[in-house]
Ligand binder design. Structure first.
Ligand code: G3H
Ligand code: ZN
Length: 307
């Protein structure tokens, strides 16, 4: 089916108590693995491209690949900008056909983050595209003490002020996870998630999910997480598949032999995450065209007839 927006997917996930998996893609094989895994699991899926991935693959190429892959399957697929750190990046992605945006102003002072987020929300909402923002900061892996991590976490009261001031559709929260962890040992602050959820009401997003335990996913979802971002675990699976296949077939010169294994390894990880997040099977009851889907709230023939 044609690409859908993240709005309807996340609202449905929030109502039904599961999270939609958001997986980062860097090339054709990632796109195929993510979309095929979703089709096999009958799961809605968010395929996201970071600024780095866009630089690597090309903006128009990313959009064309993902559109074609989504149109070939029966499950809803979203194309989301991950960690867009400036206004122009968001505008370019909006124009190119992304169906979900993110402005990450977590490095900025509160008021500046509010101002840019609000500006992006205004233009994106004009064409029914939802926006995710980040408040507090999910740090990168490295030497970070518990005190430093705690200082970066999202304050529930600030989250409420932020959401009210920006009109954002979903919020990435800093609640104990760290980007690019290679082992699952981050501890989530579940009470903080609950508190934010009670105050803000909109779907909450967990970043840095490769480092979160399986129990952390379950508890986080119960507390209010509706979108879970995974990148590092996919990279690990892809690289492991490549290395194993290259070791097994040292004389092979056709890279498709290696890439096929890499794609399969990644697909297994994605399918397992979908089951853990509770979104497997949830595409079955999805009907494109519910309010909020792209175009649904736009002009209809009737509107023109009135003029
Ligand atoms: O925005 C992307 C995610 O937060 C991915 O984090 O690489 O730790 O899985 P991860
Ligand atoms: Zn992230």
């Amino acid at each position: 089916m044609p690409l859908v927006t993240s709005k309807e997917l996340l609202i449905k996930a929030q109502k039904e108590g599961y999270a939609v998996g958001a997986f980062n893609a860097n090339n054709l094989e990632y796109v195929q693995a993510i979309v095929q895994a979703a089709e096999e699991e009958k799961a809605p899926v968010i395929l996201q491209a970071s600024q780095g991935a866009i630089k690597y693959a090309g903006l128009e190429q990313v959009v064309s690949m993902v559109k074609a892959a989504a149109e070939a399957v029966s499950v809803p697929v979203v194309l989301h900008l991950d960690h867009g750190t400036d206004f122009l990046q968001n505008v370019r992605c909006l124009r190119a056909g992304f169906t979900s945006l993110m402005f990450d102003g977590s490095a900025l002072p509160f008021e500046e983050n509010v101002a840019i987020t609000r500006k992006i929300v205004e233009i994106a909402h004009a064409v029914n595209i939802p926006v995710e923002a980040e408040l507090g900061k999910v740090p990168q892996a490295g030497e970070i003490s518990f005190e430093e991590l705690k200082a970066l976490m999202t304050h529930p009261d600030e989250a409420l002020r932020f959401v009210e001031a920006t009109g954002v559709d979903s919020l990435a929260v800093s609640v104990g996870s760290i980007h690019r962890m290679q082992v699952q040992e981050a501890k989530l602050d579940i009470e903080r998630i609950q508190k934010i959820r009670e105050l803000v009401g909109i779907p909450l997003v967990l970043h840095g999910a490769s480092g979160v335990t399986d129990d952390g996913y379950r508890e986080g979802i119960k507390a209010g997480i509706c979108k879970i971002n995974v990148a590092t675990e996919l990279n690990k699976a892809f690289t492991r598949g490549l290395k194993e296949a290259m070791a097994e077939f040292p004389d092979e010169v056709d890279p498709r032999k290696f890439l096929t294994r890499a794609r399969e390894e990644m697909k297994k990880v994605i399918r397992a995450k979908m089951r853990l997040f509770g979104c497997s099977g949830k595409a079955k009851s999805f009907s494109p065209g519910v309010p909020g889907s792209r175009g649904e709230e736009g002009a209809t023939l009737k509107d023109f007839e009135k003029e």
